[in-house]
Design a protein around this ligand. Structure first.
Ligand SMILES: C[S@@+](CC[C@H](N)C(=O)[O-])C[C@H]1O[C@@H](n2cnc3c(N)ncnc32)[C@H](O)[C@@H]1O
Length: 441
């Protein structure tokens, strides 16, 4: 094998979950960011490790039939969408193949994996944008980070965000530029405004603006100016994050003007979503997922538990399928939204507990479980509690195939079997995969 800095001609074989494509120099694996399966490329070896290397594309000698011109002028600098150079049908195929590989590595039955559900129009699907800010030579930069750096790529018009989010963010940036507010500098840990978050609903045309500040408060008169930039803004929230480091939100927040939440319309129900509450970023695909659960639900369920329930999305949209539903959510903000959402939708058989799933699951004794954990997957104590309680059915929703196969492996060892695995594309143009798995005892 050659040395770092040397040039090679390679053919791209496949994509990976990390976003980089795989090629081989003899049997040595090289990850090539920006490669598309079927490409013949000249690359320079920029990293040479014992087991693998990293190659930088120097020339596309023969493009793959799946290679397309990226829509976004900020590709590949912006770290948000690393697959924009690949045709959408090829993206879907690669995601399916990646999921199958995760299953194969763990010895799980990959014939349970159904074809991935993609989007008809895979653009402008995101309902939330988190913008880091920076002042550079008097100009306010707003956008997204370059991959693995804290350098901001200045983005005015992001093709995966809702157009209204782009518009609101651009108007807000205009206002920030005019006002004398200082912008946070992470090196000096100085300045006020750290991030701006815009999220909302295309369906109700309600958008919420959250300003993350280092310590000092936002004045009401300043917040009122933000309210005035677009009719769709329903509230301005401030979140205080005094800590150094990468965490975006601090624990303290308050509504400065308007309301601290927006309303989303989802699967025929209305949901209040507060500034710090989780909500699915792709509502169109999330509705397909809920529909799939509904279609494959069993009859006559007494007690269902919705673990990691957020603002009550699954508990409330599926409330008619069980006599009683208990949602469990750790975040206070999401829990309060969920309680309000149950009332808002007249769902009297749904209740919520503000707790960690691991601390209450053993006592709930649900017949059907819905589990939609964060990226790290299920805590080992949750897995042991499932082994004790033995619900008949489990619907496991995962955004991280690595954690998913680890947890499935454990659940299968207690005698559960996989009914089906349905991947969904919630995040077109990125390697992210959302998966619904139905298990039976
Ligand atoms: C992927 S989100 C799913 C939310 C909801 N199911 C939905 O679709 O909108 C995960 C949720 O789990 C919550 N969470 C994280 N760790 C938790 C834990 N140990 N116990 C309960 N909730 C937790 C987070 O606050 C977040 O709301």
């Amino acid at each position: 094998m050659g040395k770092k800095g040397q040039y090679f001609v390679v053919e791209i074989e496949r994509q990976t979950f990390s976003g980089a494509a795989v090629a081989r120099i003899n049997r040595y694996v090289v990850f090539v960011p920006g490669g598309v399966p079927g490409d013949k490329l000249r690359i320079r070896l920029v990293e040479r490790k014992e087991n693998y290397g990293v190659g930088k594309i120097v020339e596309v000698i023969e493009p793959s039939p799946y290679r397309v011109e990226p829509v976004c002028p900020h590709f590949p600098k912006c770290g948000s969408c690393s697959w924009q150079m690949m045709r959408y049908d090829a993206q879907l195929r690669e995601k399916e193949a990646i999921l199958k590989e995760f299953f194969e590595e763990k010895g799980l039955p990959k014939d349970t994996i159904l074809p991935i559900e993609g989007m008809d129009l895979p653009w402008h699907y995101r309902n939330k944008a988190i913008y880091p800010l920076k002042r550079l030579k008097g100009k306010v930069l707003m956008g997204f980070y370059e991959r693995n750096t804290h350098k901001i790529v200045d983005v005015e018009d992001c093709p995966i965000q809702y157009p209204k989010i782009n518009l609101v963010a651009s108007k807000a940036r205009g206002l920030i530029s005019k006002e004398r507010i200082t912008i946070y500098d992470e090196v000096r840990h100085w300045g006020k405004l750290r991030y701006m978050v815009v999220k909302g609903s295309k369906r109700t045309n309600e958008y919420l603006l959250t300003l993350v500040v280092k310590d000092t408060a936002i004045s009401r008169s300043f917040a009122r100016k933000f309210m005035g930039i677009d009719d769709s803004i329903v509230g301005v929230v401030e979140d205080i994050n005094p800590k150094k480091g990468n965490t975006i939100f601090g624990p303290e927040y308050r509504t400065v003007e308007g309301r601290g939440y927006y309303i989303e319309s989802f699967a025929g129900k209305k949901f209040r979503v507060s500034a710090l509450s989780f909500f699915q970023t792709n509502v169109e695909q999330a509705e397909k997922l809920v529909k799939r659960i509904r279609e494959t639900f069993e009859d006559d369920v007494g007690l269902m538990m919705d673990g990691y329930s957020g603002v009550g999305l699954f508990a409330i949209t599926l409330a008619d399928l069980a006599k009683r539903i208990v949602g469990v959510e750790e975040s206070r903000s999401a829990y309060f939204d969920a309680v309000d959402n149950a009332r808002r939708n007249d769902q009297m058989n749904v209740e919520f507990i503000n707790a960690k799933v691991e601390s209450v699951i053993g006592g709930i004794k649900a017949e059907v479980l819905i589990l939609d954990p964060p990226r790290r997957g299920l805590d080992s104590s949750v897995i042991s509690a499932i082994a004790d309680v033995r619900p008949h059915r489990i619907f496991y929703i995962s955004c991280n195939p690595k954690a998913l196969v680890r947890d499935l492996d454990a659940l299968l060892s207690f005698g559960y079997k996989i009914d089906f695995v349905q991947p969904f594309d919630f995040f077109p143009h990125t390697p992210q995969i959302e998966t619904l798995v139905k298990l039976s005892a």
